[in-house]
Design a protein around this ligand. Structure first.
Ligand code: GDP
Length: 411
């Protein structure tokens, strides 16, 4: 059997108009993932590639996710949504599009801008710990090394503030438009001795499967199948589940022995992180459990929170967030209305340093530590212990108003 290549999800982040879509489109073309002729030779063709793919998806017409995938000799890649595109944050947190690495796009002629800072902080908050810095539009500054060094220093300081080590990060001068240093080293930047963008992708580390963490399977659906019984379905986030083990569903509080594990219509003895499985647990009925419950081993059950402390970033809220505000929190597969019961500290949104104790309100762009009370029990866990189970998006009025992570379950 041919070994499957390891897979990496990439997110293109950065300030609006700095060239994220153009760069993502150009990478897909250079990597041979899209036929060139479809988009002609016009000036905007690379951005068009990506925007067309997005539009097709958003319109629900030709959902061809294959188009956002490309491969190198080493890895298979998927370009996941960019912030600014619809519901990026929610998808990153609750969907399959968790990014393994971020490509931070900074235009050489502009340098660090407000959304550059915001996205760096957000990437870190969402648990992305690998970064590549694309210093784009290098053609617009006449391929100047001086300008490149200036922007590189500025970005280095920014990313260092939130805990990235600039020495481990590739900074690449490129033109998403002209194609410099994307796949081949460009003659226009003879002073640059580093990786091309594609080589930088190939030097990333593939995500390791969190098999050593406690077992957690957020339930997506529950079926009742004749002859089998109740079949909860979900993706294993962490840990390993084997047949004959005792599992418990929380907050439902019901438990039983695993009698079968199925994936793609085949039976398995065990399931590990990333596996989308259906499984059968003896003694658990269809009405005992529901979407949003989390399965774990009986002797290491998922945490149920009545109250928790969280770090949040307010992304877009038309007014202010005060104590008493009760939007819906989306965490793994669960959706629970939660009340803000205390605004503990306001943080600097690009460094995370404390700016103010007990602020009266929070508004768009603010980062903060808060205390939250779910209106009914929900499974959420300390991010430092099980990162996959601690992230959440806050939704209200049909949009993602904030994103965050659980620091501590306090009750
Ligand atoms: P996004 O908002 O970050 O996705 O930015 P876009 O990809 O939409 O690009 C914004 C504008 O910058 C478009 O008009 C692009 O054609 C242009 N652009 C993007 N990359 C480059 C580049 O490397 N050089 C030049 N000269 N223009 C670029």
């Amino acid at each position: 059997m041919v070994k499957e290549k390891e897979h990496i999800n990439l997110a293109f982040v950065g300030h609006v108009d700095h060239g994220k879509s153009t760069l993502a489109g150009h990478v897909l073309l250079k990597a041979g993932a899209i036929p060139e002729k479809k988009f002609g030779n016009g000036e905007e063709r690379f951005r068009k590639v990506f925007d067309t793919l997005k539009a097709e998806q958003d319109g629900g017409i030709t959902i061809d996710l294959a188009h956002q995938k490309f491969s190198t000799k080493k890895y298979d890649y998927t370009v996941v949504d960019c912030p600014g595109h619809r519901d990026f944050v929610k998808n990153m947190i609750t969907g399959a599009s968790q990014a393994d690495a971020a490509v931070l796009v900074v235009a050489a002629n502009d340098g660090v801008m407000p959304q550059t800072k915001e996205h760096v902080f957000l990437s870190r908050t969402l648990g992305i710990n690998q970064l590549i810095v694309a210093i784009n539009k290098i053609d617009l500054v006449d391929y100047s090394q001086e300008k490149f060094d200036e922007v590189k220093d500025e970005v280095s300081r920014l990313i260092q503030n939130v805990g990235f080590n600039p020495d481990d990060v590739d900074f690449i001068p490129l033109s998403a438009f002209e194609g410099d240093n994307i796949k081949e080293i460009s003659e226009n930047t003879p002073w640059y001795k580093g990786n091309t963008l594609i080589d930088a992708f190939d030097s990333l580390s593939a995500p390791e499967k969190p098999t050593d963490l406690p077992l957690r399977i957020p339930i997506q659906d529950v079926y009742s199948i004749t002859g089998v019984g109740t079949v909860p379905v979900g993706r294993v986030e962490t840990g390993v589940m084997k047949i004959n083990e005792d599992v418990i569903f929380e907050p439902a509080g019901v438990s039983g022995k695993v009698t079968s594990i199925e994936m793609h219509h085949e039976q398995y003895e065990a399931a590990e992180p990333g596996d989308n499985i259906g499984f059968n647990v003896r003694g658990v009925g269809k009405n005992d459990i529901m979407r949003g419950d989390v399965a774990g081993h009986v002797n290491d059950a998922p945490a149920v929170a009545k109250e928790f402390k969280a770090q949040i970033v307010v992304l877009q809220h038309p007014g202010v967030i005060t104590v008493g505000y009760t939007p819906v929190f989306h965490c793994h597969t669960s959706q629970v209305a939660c009340t803000f019961v205390e605004l503990i500290q306001k943080l600097n949104p690009s460094t995370g340093e404390v700016e103010q104790e007990n602020p009266d309100f929070l508004k768009t762009g603010d980062a903060a530590i808060v205390k939250v009370k779910p209106t009914k029990p929900m499974c959420i866990e300390n991010t430092t212990e099980i990162p996959q189970m601690g992230r959440f998006a806050v939704r209200d009025m049909g949009q993602t108003v904030a994103a965050g992570l659980c620091l501590e379950v306090t009750d």
